[in-house]
Design a binder for this molecule. Structure first.
Ligand SMILES: C[S@@+](CC[C@H](N)C(=O)[O-])C[C@H]1O[C@@H](n2cnc3c(N)ncnc32)[C@H](O)[C@@H]1O
Length: 216
């Protein structure tokens, strides 16, 4: 289901694309909240706060973001005092109890951390409801995963996955969690020029693929 987004800051086209698909899965007021892995400065906390009473009412844990970047977290804490922002490495540094929630997001971050399987495994283990994430894959037929420099967010690197490996990883994780199902997938094509602007490497065709999984 697509929703009509009318926000003061609808963000980049990539973010709008994602928001249209994920807003229907926001937890209801009074239900378990949202965990945002690699939350940065809390952009999604801001958006959700304007569209969902679940974040500002109800008294339950509402939005909890994790990131390594303390400066971004400080900005987020100042802007969104009703939410919780924690410094942690999402690849291994989070107490499992803190991951329990009704919706887990991992936006524009899985391509940077690389550990797709480990993070998906934790998301499906600790979420009761829906998970939403994106990562880059190669759309030029390349069969191997590649690690590319990332000019715009040093010292991170892009993990560009082959479609075959990405599907195999998702299938492995979902086979261990038969109560989870693919609800929505969509992709956003990066032009070779955009990839070159991000990485300095010419000739790469990539798609950012968004996924939403839900639990029965
Ligand atoms: C491109 S930003 C996306 C931020 C936010 N999700 C958004 O969409 O606005 C990627 C974020 O991932 C964070 N990050 C990268 N590796 C991480 C790790 N291992 N643990 C926690 N955060 C990490 C970076 O600090 C950065 O804030």
């Amino acid at each position: 289901m697509a929703v009509n987004i009318q926000l003061a800051d609808p963000g980049t086209a990539n973010r709008r694309h994602f928001l249209q698909r994920v807003l229907p899965f926001l937890p209801l007021p009074g239900r378990a909240g949202i965990v945002d892995l690699g939350c940065g400065d809390g952009y999604y906390c801001g958006v959700f706060s304007t569209v969902s009473r679940a974040l500002t009412e109800g008294g339950l844990p509402v939005y909890r973001g994790f990131d390594l970047d303390e400066a971004a977290l400080d900005e987020a804490r100042e802007r969104y005092p009703h939410a919780e922002f924690c410094g942690a490495d999402i690849t291994n540094g989070i107490d499992p109890a803190a991951l329990e929630c009704g919706l887990t997001l991992c936006c524009e971050t899985l391509s940077i951390v690389g550990d797709l399987e480990g993070i998906l495994e934790r998301m499906l283990t600790h979420t009761r409801g829906a998970v939403a994430f994106d990562f880059l894959w190669s759309s030029d037929g390349c069969e191997e995963d590649r690690v590319l420099p990332l000019r715009v967010l040093p010292p991170f690197q892009y993990h560009l996955r082959s479609q075959r490996n990405a599907f195999a990883t998702l299938q492995r994780v979902m086979a261990r969690h038969p109560d989870w199902h693919l609800k929505n997938t969509s992709s956003w094509a990066f032009s070779p020029q955009a990839m070159e602007d991000f990485t300095g490497v010419p000739g790469i065709q990539a798609e950012n693929v968004w996924w939403i999984l839900t639990q029965t």
